[in-house]
Design a protein around this ligand. Structure first.
Ligand SMILES: [Zn+2]
Length: 421
């Protein structure tokens, strides 16, 4: 059940989708309101704040802008009152505004509620011609921490990388004498001294790295540097074995200072991306291996997977983020009959227009109306959650992810038990 954490791929998928929708909404002036509320703030505090904002908005000169701003704030207050004391532990993000549907005069009030995957720290309130979504976008950035080491015979620099954030932790010089012998001592004795100094530097470097990195929640370590030093250091007895196990790459870099760290970050992008893909690769391989061994513990295709979900037979639901399909429901206002259908997202608009010409399968009435639409990945994901199954949403960036999309249309499941489909 590890995927129940808000950082799971399904939650990230839902947030990505929601942000795409919010981003597409544009107003004319400052009539789109965005509100972020931390969990620890009493709702009454925020509703009082909004009432003050309403007082301010009453001064807006343009009559239409004034009306829509007041309407959006009223809408926000209504939603907050509905939430009562039960603000989710990460807080709430609310967006409301009159969105033009088709040119001026076609505005329709729209309201979106987002339960953020990470904690909202401070209350923020904005009125603008678009929704303010940066705090939520920041939550989508990968937060895993990587340890970066650049080392050569001139020195060492240590840093961490989390998302796009680089943090230089330490920089130290090596103090190894140059190999150019100035004369005096014998050449061999001089070389021994140099090697002794190098060894002492590696020991010191190892101690510093161990001190800094062992206490950090590091996912992986990448080592860079020029020449053979980096391999020698990585393979020698200088690093704690727990850190050695985390080395995910050794890369040739020209410098051992901050410039070297920057080069290392640039050259590690593919490597880091692949690390993120490993988990998805493993799950898809598990799916494929069940299929190859014909264990009966996998199924795929929307219909089959939906049935398995409804029976509570799914252990892990696998979905591709490329599945651009929606589930629509059309309701008969005469008998209440609801008809559900799965269609491509791109056909949605045409389908909506068709609804008025449809007749009810049960009572033959032509009073059908478009009731609801839900993204198929979200719908199946929620079904899985209800039955206690894990949900993994994959990109097509890995070979396995691309194969899962092309061979299985991006919908599959690993089952808890066999059953006849
Ligand atoms: Zn009917």
């Amino acid at each position: 059940m590890s995927d129940l954490t808000p950082k799971g791929s399904f939650e990230r998928y839902k947030l990505r989708r929601m942000l795409k929708i919010l981003k597409s909404k544009k107003g004319y002036h400052t009539e789109l309101t965005s509100l972020y509320i931390p969990a620890d703030k009493p709702i009454s505090d925020t509703t009082n704040y909004l009432k003050q904002e309403q007082g301010q908005a009453a001064n807006i000169k343009s009559k239409t802008t004034r009306k829509v701003v007041l309407d959006s704030i009223t809408k926000l207050i209504q939603v907050l009152i509905k939430y009562g004391r039960e603000v989710p532990p990460t807080g709430l993000a609310l967006f409301s505004g009159a969105i033009p549907q088709n040119g001026p005069g076609s505005e329709k009030m729209e309201m979106y509620t987002v339960i953020p995957p990470e904690k909202i720290e401070t209350r923020q309130y904005y009125c603008a011609s678009e929704f303010y979504i940066e705090p939520l976008e920041d939550m989508l950035i990968e937060k895993d921490v990587y340890g970066l080491i650049v080392i050569d015979r001139s020195g060492l620099t240590l840093a961490t990388l989390s998302g796009n954030k680089k943090n230089i932790i330490e920089n130290m010089g090596a103090n190894i004498p140059s190999k150019h012998h100035a004369g005096g001592q014998s050449q061999r004795r001089y070389e021994r001294l140099i090697e002794q100094a190098a060894h002492e530097f590696y020991v010191r470097a190892g101690e510093h790295i161990n001190n800094q990195f062992l206490d950090l929640p590091i996912q992986g370590i990448i080592i860079g540097g020029g020449g053979p030093t980096k391999e020698y250091f990585a393979n020698g007895d200088y690093l704690d074995y727990r850190l050695k196990e985390k080395i995910i790459g050794i890369i040739d870099i020209g410098y051992s200072d901050e410039q070297g760290i920057n080069d290392l970050i640039r050259k590690s992008q593919d490597l880091l991306h692949n690390v993120q893909l490993i988990k998805e690769k493993q799950i898809i391989q598990k799916f494929l291996s069940h299929l190859a061994r014909d264990t009966g513990l996998v199924t795929y295709g929307e219909k089959e997977v939906r049935r398995a979900l409804q029976m509570g037979a799914v252990d892990i639901l696998l979905l591709s983020d490329k599945v651009d399909i929606v589930r629509v429901s059309v309701k008969c206002s005469n008998c209440g009959n609801i008809e559900e259908k799965t269609i491509k997202n791109e056909d949605l608009e045409a389908y909506e227009k068709m609804v008025s010409n449809m007749t009810c399968e049960k009572c033959n009435s032509s009073n059908m109306y478009f009731e609801d639409t839900i993204d198929l990945v979200e719908e199946l994901g929620e079904l899985a959650r209800v039955s206690g199954a894990d949900v993994e949403v994959f990109s097509t960036d890995s070979e396995e992810g691309a194969q899962f999309w092309s061979a299985f249309k991006g919908i599959g499941a690993i089952l808890r038990y066999k059953f006849d489909n």
